[in-house]
Design a protein around this ligand. Structure first.
Ligand code: NAD
Ligand code: UD1
Length: 318
């Protein structure tokens, strides 16, 4: 049994990581400031974990939480591109300053390895698809730049301090518990909630932008593999599915699932938005033994079922 410290463990992805760690019989400690996550996400797990409400920007406060930890899974961040455009100062302080604090605390506590939630946003609008880790990053938003910086910090901590750190470039992750109430949540969450509440989904731009929508179980599997895979440290690794869908295609699929014929409303494109995104997962296969487990449509069906329950079964899906 090992001790895992999960920063951002009360968030969407974090709560799934915690659930899987507990299912594997591991000991779990969560550090979260509950700014976008909630204890509700950890319902059923709270009495089996150590939970600390703390802000990664406060090094003195978080330091003791690293004591005795074998692995650190660092997910705490301001995860929204839009928020980083509206308030780059806070996104920078949390995502860069906070990440440096996490790396310093991990180094000083001599943890075995840190896995860092990096992002496909670092690729920006590099025209080459699929995204391969050897492509030159072209960050388009403050958020993307914070993630790229975190990635470089991981590399530097590995080379300078011999702290094993693995940046995983997550593509667009979706699934149960992705915040159904926040205006800054992922697009699929927003669309599904709109369908369930009989509201018109809004598309920013022409809807032809595409994403490698990746069901959360896939990323949980990759994260846990990255904690122990011998060759993982030292380089960024894509975690996606390797297929992409445009937002217009997503609407067509949701119409099928919900047996509706909803037409979205088209609005101005978002500042800092990436046009296309699709992962090459060759490196993850090679270094982590990763293989996507759940495809897009199956993931979407599971997610819709969860939102139906979470929103009180209101209106909607067939
Ligand atoms: P989320 O917002 O649900 O989770 C982030 C968690 O971090 C929340 O529980 C929040 O309360 C916590 N947090 C925020 N600031 C903090 C601070 N200063 N101190 C301590 N805790 C803090 O988002 P998510 O979708 O679960 O994302 C998890 C991680 O994965 C983030 O680092 C995000 O950037 C990254 N990521 C997400 C996606 C995606 O598609 N969801 C894709 C790429 C990368
Ligand atoms: C998402 C993640 C980010 C991650 C990145 C990796 C969230 C909130 N953001 O960013 O953490 O690092 O993937 O690729 O999970 N859109 C609409 N209508 C809406 C909402 C969004 O048309 O109501 C569009 C956006 O303009 C964008 C696309 O949908 O073109 C995806 O947006 P979003 O879900 O916010 O994700 P990313 O910005 O790709």
């Amino acid at each position: 049994m090992s001790i895992y410290l999960v920063t951002g463990g009360a968030g969407f992805i974090g709560s799934h990581v915690v659930e899987e760690l507990l299912a594997r019989g591991e000991r779990v400690r969560v550090l979260d400031d509950l700014s976008s996550g909630s204890k509700e996400n950890l319902a059923g797990a709270l009495d089996r974990i150590e939970f600390a409400e703390a802000d990664i920007r406060d090094l003195d406060r978080i330091r003791p939480l690293f004591s005795g930890a074998d692995y650190v899974i660092h997910l705490a961040a301001r995860s929204s591109v839009v928020l980083s455009v509206e308030d780059p100062v806070t996104s920078t302080a949390v995502n860069i300053g906070g990440t440096v604090n996490v790396l310093v605390a991990a180094r000083d506590a001599r943890v075995r390895r840190v896995v860092f939630a990096d992002s496909a946003a670092v690729y920006g609008d590099n025209p080459e698809l699929p995204r391969v880790e050897t492509q030159e990053p072209q960050p388009l938003s403050p958020y993307a730049l914070t993630k790229l910086t975190g990635e470089y910090y991981c590399r530097i901590f590995t080379s300078v301090f011999e702290l094993e750190a693995v940046p995983l470039r997550f593509f667009n992750i979706f699934g149960p518990r992705q915040n159904p109430h926040s205006p800054y949540t992922g697009v699929l969450s927003k669309f599904i909630v709109a369908y369930l509440q009989n509201r018109t989904p809004v598309i920013f731009g022409d809807g032809e932008q595409s994403r490698d929508f990746t069901y959360v179980a896939n990323v949980v599997d990759a994260v846990l593999r990255a904690c122990t895979a011998p060759s993982a440290p030292g380089q960024a690794i894509n975690v996606g599915v390797g297929a992409s869908f445009t937002l217009n295609q997503v609407i067509a699929i949701l119409n099928r699932i919900f047996e509706k014929d909803i037409r979205p409303r088209y609005d101005a494109p978002r500042a800092g938005d990436v046009r296309h995104s699709r992962a090459d997962v060759g490196r993850a296969r090679q270094l982590l033994g990763y293989e996507p487990i759940v495809g897009f449509e199956e993931g979407l069906r599971r997610t819709v079922a969860w939102y139906q329950g979470a929103l009180g079964g209101k209106a909607g899906a067939a």
